[in-house]
Design a protein around this ligand. Structure first.
Ligand SMILES: [Zn+2]
Ligand SMILES: [Zn+2]
Length: 260
């Protein structure tokens, strides 16, 4: 069990909020600045300051939701209501890796089906429309969820720690993967070398090319980490696979034709 007994829950939630928001500004800011500096500037990227400010405003709201959820998790753990554990040998070392992969697969599955649901005309406006206001996402879009969607995503993590035994280190690894993958998925294709990250990996794992296409054509590409569900349920863009497997042979303009 976690033993930080000294802070009032509200103060603790405020600290978690600053930590989550600080992580967002540092990572998204650095990545956005570096891509603008080494590849193209922000204006060439086609996103106005208005879109970026809207993404930042949504991300601040998401940070509030995730901070409340994190405080609920810490409080629940104090009452022994979670299955989080601290001794890595409790379920064996092998379980640390297996549970990490299992959580990512469950999260990917949950994300895929909820994402499709949030695109339903009756739900879209409330659950997901703001995330799509950036047709060309940037690193700032990585945490820009409509608040009900943020509640759903944070709720998933709360449920997971209550039903699945997870080492604290595994939970932190999952959170780090989730955050960094979200940044990668929203890098915005136009700023990257054409070969990144297509190729063999692009067949199995979701990256900026895959997700950028979802922001342009919301009827395809609903997954989070893996292309599995999109592939199985026919929501993968028919030309994506071709470009992912043969990109090195494609002329640059043909590859970009998919995304512009
Ligand atoms: Zn997105
Ligand atoms: Zn969407």
């Amino acid at each position: 069990m976690l033993s930080l007994h000294h802070l009032h829950p509200v103060v603790e939630a405020a600290c978690l909020f600053l930590l989550i928001l600080g992580r967002y500004f540092v990572v998204a800011g650095l990545v956005f600045w570096m891509l603008g500096r080494f590849f193209r500037n922000g204006e060439a990227h086609g996103n106005s300051d208005k879109h970026i400010l809207c993404d930042i405003r949504l991300s601040v709201q998401s940070a509030v939701v995730f901070a409340v959820a994190a405080e609920m998790l810490v409080s629940a753990d104090r009452f022994d209501l979670t299955r989080l554990y601290g001794d890595p040998q409790q379920y064996g070392w092998w379980y640390l890796g297996v549970s990490y992969v299992v959580v990512l697969m469950l999260q990917d599955t949950c994300f895929y089906f909820s994402h499709r649901l949030f695109h339903h005309p009756h739900l879209y406006r409330w659950f997901h429309a703001s995330h799509h206001q950036s047709r060309q996402p940037t690193a700032w879009t990585s945490f820009a969820f409509d608040t009900p969607e943020a509640v759903f995503q944070a709720g998933f993590l709360l449920v997971i720690v209550m039903v699945l035994p997870l080492h604290w280190g595994t939970l932190i690894a999952v959170l780090a993967t989730m955050s960094s993958w979200a940044v990668v998925n929203h890098l915005g294709l136009e700023q990257l070398p054409v070969s990144f990250p297509h190729g063999w990996l692009g067949r199995w794992f979701i990256g900026p090319a895959h997700h950028a296409l979802h922001h342009r054509q919301p009827k395809v590409h609903f997954g989070l980490y893996f292309t599995f569900w999109d592939h199985l349920l026919g929501t993968e863009h028919p030309e994506y696979l071709q470009s992912a497997s043969t990109v090195s042979e494609l002329p640059q303009n043909m590859n970009h034709r998919l995304f512009l």
